[in-house]
Design a protein around this ligand. Structure first.
Ligand code: ADP
Length: 749
């Protein structure tokens, strides 16, 4: 406190500490106190506030200015606030403002523009970057000037090119944006730079704003966008190219595979047979590769759509395993399925794609296994929303995969590159496709392997139950079932499947053990014996059991039912194909408790012309000469009449005159394609009230959407090229029964 003549009356210890004074200072003027502090080195040399002030006046006559800022030598900032009371005394207070000054320094240091307005929209402060951004308006940017005035000032000087010609509207928009609770926008400056402005309300009703220069970001975004568009266009072009290529390749493949197949049916020398077999199998292998590449490119181009429908998961696994059975049998590998006994089997999903995944995994397992087994195991539990979480594993006892390469195998065109692996064919795409497919179904795939011992590939998938899945129920089996199997896994699977239905299960690992027990007096209600067992095999056991007087049902389980029938068919009641489909097993066991009829073979399909006076008439619309020849040879063994049309228009004419019972229709043909021709036939049939003739599409198109397009044009079925004799004959036989009824084609008949 200074007296009215500005002499120090009293000061506290904090004041003395700051200015380096003591009680002896009493009576000095303020200027003398400050001078003392400066001379004692307490103030920073060059401190703006104090040096300016010292420079302008006589120390004796001076009062401190209203807000004196002191930069202290020991670091930090203080502000001196002075006030005069009613008696003319001056009260001085030294306030530490180091923290504010630090914050301000930080705001100055940020590269973005910073501005603060108070609740009355007057500028409180802004940093230099802000002034640099709005160079034209910078002279107006002083504390107290309103936002609108700064805006209008810049506008008048052409700071905002986007406002040109609609200035008032623009100001209004900016003002309401500015007053809103929070605003973010992008603006272009007249020098071409782009700014992102972010404005927010402060707790006291003011506005704080940031201006970020995003010119570079925008340039990158534009570059990225055009790169994306170019990449997408390229990808579309690629898949279109692949679709066309596959069509082009499949068509001649039809000739190669089909002709080779036919050649194999003719009288050939051993060498010739080897050559033609090689042509056929190489063609088939090439086709697999083409299909893989096509599939992968479809997935990549995002063209893969899943087609959910109700299906039986256990049955699908069984079908896939059955297709691989011949290859496994050649090598002597056991194929097993262990489907959780209490897990429902009917779900909703895409069975075609799941079949593909299973074919890849189980097919690989068979391919890379020389001896032992391939076990497909499914367990599951109920998950949220009526779904079931399914865990599927495919375990083999094959060559295994080295540790470091486990992740690698799911990559595109990736194969383990070592001596053992190089013996096997493949594209290295199967697992990449598998992973993509499972991920599309929101599942996950994994692999675990021990090099030299075997691998386990697995996937997890959540699928909703099919609507009709409630109908599945386990049958009730009463009595003792005797199971003889040398393979531990097979034994346990059977044990679980039978025990779940209430049967009492007795397990034996050899034929001799089982025989000893039965001859020892234990009589089971049914015997299930594996055919292929070391020592006494199942067929021999069956005969011995019969000899010993066992007269209850006996079932042989064999991976080769034909061989089993030859070996011991007369002694057994039924032969089941291994791996056994559970439903099949249950059906058999339920029927065996009734009087059993001797096993009957499937009735043969009647020859097409058996019941009719005339041969079935088939029209084939096909422009390609080779394909015509292939089709002709493939149908040769059937009693039919065949005529060709070279394009859709000819097919239409032949339909009128030849009145076929069945039409094979190629899709891509000159003049009029297969779809158009079919549509024309269907329209004509409808107009004349004729019974629709069955039309089967023959297509090389394998791109997504083809199937719908083909069926939508009115065809009944489609077969993809290359054609196989068995498929073609099956299709003809299927329609033969229909066709051989007396013709119903109205006035035309
Ligand atoms: P491909 O079988 O056509 O070569 P995949 O993508 O299906 O292609 O498999 C990639 C590679 O992963 C195979 O070449 C093989 O090296 C390895 N692999 C896949 N499955 C197994 C398996 N069950 N056992 C050992 N190696 C396997």
């Amino acid at each position: 406190m200074f007296d009215p003549s500005q002499r120090l009356l009293a000061a506290n210890s904090a004041f003395h500490l700051a200015f380096g004074t003591g009680t002896g200072t009493t009576g000095q003027t303020f200027a003398q106190v400050l001078l003392h502090a400066r001379n004692s080195g307490l103030l920073r040399p060059g401190d703006q506030a104090s040096s300016d002030w010292f420079g302008v006046a006589e120390p004796a006559a001076l009062l401190p200015p209203p807000d004196l800022m002191l930069h202290l030598a020991k670091g930090g900032w203080s502000r001196l606030a002075a006030q005069t009371d009613a008696q003319g005394r001056m009260l001085c207070q030294l306030v530490d403002i180091t923290r504010q000054m630090r914050i301000w320094a930080a705001i100055e240091a940020i590269p973005d523009g910073f501005v603060l307005f108070d609740s009355e929209d007057r500028m409180v402060t802004c940093n230099q970057s802000y002034r640099d951004i709005y160079k034209t308006s910078a002279p107006m940017m002083t504390p107290g000037v309103s936002f609108e005035n700064i805006l209008r000032y810049g506008l008048a000087l052409g700071e905002y090119p986007e406002a040109c010609g609609r200035e008032e509207e623009w100001v209004n928009a900016r003002m309401s944006e500015h007053r809103g609770p929070a605003a973010e926008g992008e603006h272009q400056l007249k020098d071409g730079r782009w700014l992102r402005s972010i404005d927010k309300e402060t707790p006291d009703g003011g506005r704080v704003g940031l201006r970020v220069d995003i010119t570079q970001l925008r340039e990158q975004a534009v570059a990225l966008e055009s790169a994306r568009l170019a990449a997408e266009a390229a990808s579309r072009a690629k898949s279109a190219f692949l679709a066309n290529m596959s069509h082009e390749i499949r068509t001649p493949m039809n000739g190669v595979i089909g002709m080779a197949e036919l050649l194999c049916d003719t009288a050939l020398s051993d060498e010739q047979r080897l050559f033609s077999e090689t042509i056929r199998s190489s063609g088939e292998a090439l086709l697999v590769i083409i299909n893989d590449i096509l599939d992968y490119s479809k997935i990549e181009a995002g063209q893969l759509t899943l087609r959910p429908e109700d299906f039986d998961f256990e049955r699908i696994i069984h079908e896939v395993v059955m297709l691989l059975q011949p290859r496994a049998r050649e090598k002597g590998i056991d194929l097993m399925i262990d489907y959780d006994v209490f897990l429902p089997t009917r779900f909703t999903g895409d069975p075609g794609r799941l079949r593909q995944v299973l074919t890849n995994l189980i097919g690989n397992a068979v391919k890379f296994t020389a001896k032992g087994h391939v076990l497909t195991r499914v367990v599951g539990m109920e998950a949220e929303g009526g779904r079931h979480q399914l865990h599927v594993t495919v375990e083999d006892t094959g060559i295994g995969i080295p540790d470091g390469l486990l992740d690698h195998v799911f990559g595109e065109f990736c194969q383990v590159d070592d001596d053992r692996n190089r013996r096997f064919e493949g594209t290295g795409l199967g697992l990449a496709i598998t992973r993509r497919l499972i991920e599309r179904m929101e599942g996950a795939v994994w692999v675990d392997s021990e090099y030299g011992k075997g691998s386990v590939f697995g996937f997890r998938l959540a699928l909703p139950l099919a609507e009709d899945s409630g109908a599945e129920r386990l049958p009730v089996l009463i009595g003792k079932a005797l199971v003889v199997e040398d393979q531990f896994i097979n034994r346990t699977i059977l044990e679980r499947q039978l025990a779940a239905c209430g049967a009492e299960v007795l397990l034996f690992r050899s034929g001799q053990d089982a025989l000893d027990h039965v001859t020892g007096g234990m009589v089971p209600d049914v015997v299930l014996a594996g055919h292929e067992m070391p020592g006494m095999d199942g067929a021999v056991l069956a005969k011995k059991l019969r000899e010993a007087g066992y007269d209850k049902p006996l079932v042989l389980l064999s991976s080769s039912p034909l061989a089993a029938r030859e070996a011991g068919g007369e002694a057994v009641d039924a032969i089941l194909q291994k791996p056994v489909l559970r439903a099949e097993l249950y059906r058999l066991l339920t029927s065996l408790t009734l009087p059993v009829a001797p096993e009957s073979t499937l009735p043969e399909a009647p020859p097409p012309a058996a019941q009719s006076q005339r041969a079935m008439r088939i029209l084939a619309a096909e422009d390609n000469r080779t394909n015509q020849l292939v089709l002709q040879k493939m149908l040769r063994s059937l009693d039919i009449e065949l005529r060709f049309a070279g394009n859709g228009l000819e097919a239409l004419a032949e339909w009128e005159s030849y009145k076929p019972d069945l039409i094979f229709m190629d899709i891509s043909m000159p003049v009029m394609d297969g779809r158009e021709a079919t549509r024309a036939i269907r329209e004509s049939e409808a107009a004349r009230g004729l019974k629709p003739v069955p039309i089967i599409a023959l297509t090389a198109h394998a791109m997504e959407g083809d199937e719908e397009g083909i069926l939508a044009s009115g065809m009944d079925r489609y077969l993809t090229k290359p054609l196989r004799k068995s498929e073609i004959s099956a299709a003809v036989l299927a329609f033969a029964a229909e066709a051989c009824r007396p013709p119903e084609r109205g006035g035309q008949g």
